[in-house]
Ligand binder design. Structure first.
Ligand code: IDP
Ligand code: MG
Length: 149
């Protein structure tokens, strides 16, 4: 089943000029880009996005991080896009994420771990609605669809 997932390149990815490297990994995997924009997230958006973490010791620091600079917000779609995105990212803690994953290759920190990816199709739908207006998502046929599946 084709799914959509919200992927964010957090401000550390943009500041460290890793956006192209990371986007390339999603492209090469075979996922299809459905939406992309650069956003300076206001606090209200960051609060909604990380509402599940409210009350945790790292919550305020996490909000400060996500609002500290521009974020690349993207929607990727394709077969099992949610779990595929999570696997490309690797474990939350960059020090524990295996090599070959985005965090494993480029992150050392727990907080500054470069990417966000939705963790379920239900959360993906909620997060996509938070970051994108419906008319910002583009539907099209990918020409290599029959090869990538
Ligand atoms: P995830 O991004 O791998 O889904 P979550 O547990 O949902 O990880 O946490 C959301 C984000 O909060 C992480 O990506 C990371 O930036 C930050 N974070 C998670 N746990 C910690 C922590 O223990 N200390 C500092 N920041 C954390
Ligand atoms: Mg999460």
């Amino acid at each position: 089943m084709s799914q959509q997932t919200l992927i964010l390149l957090k401000p550390d990815a943009v500041q460290r000029r890793l956006a192209g490297e990371i986007i390339g990994r999603f492209e090469r995997k075979g996922l299809r880009l459905a939406g992309l924009k650069l956003v300076q997230a206001p606090r209200e958006l960051a609060e909604k996005h990380y509402a599940v973490h409210k009350g945790k010791p790292f919550y305020e620091s996490l909000l400060a991080f996500l609002t500290s600079g521009p974020t690349v917000a993207m929607v990727w779609e394709g077969r099992e896009a949610v779990v595929v995105g999570r696997n490309l990212m690797g474990l939350t803690d960059g020090a524990k994420a295996p090599p070959g994953t985005i965090r494993g290759d480029f992150a050392l920190s727990v907080q500054n771990n470069l990417v966000h990816g939705s963790d379920s199709p239900e959360n993906a739908a909620l997060e996509i609605a938070l970051w994108f207006a419906p008319n910002e998502l583009v539907k099209y046929e990918s020409v290599d669809g029959k090869w990538v599946g």
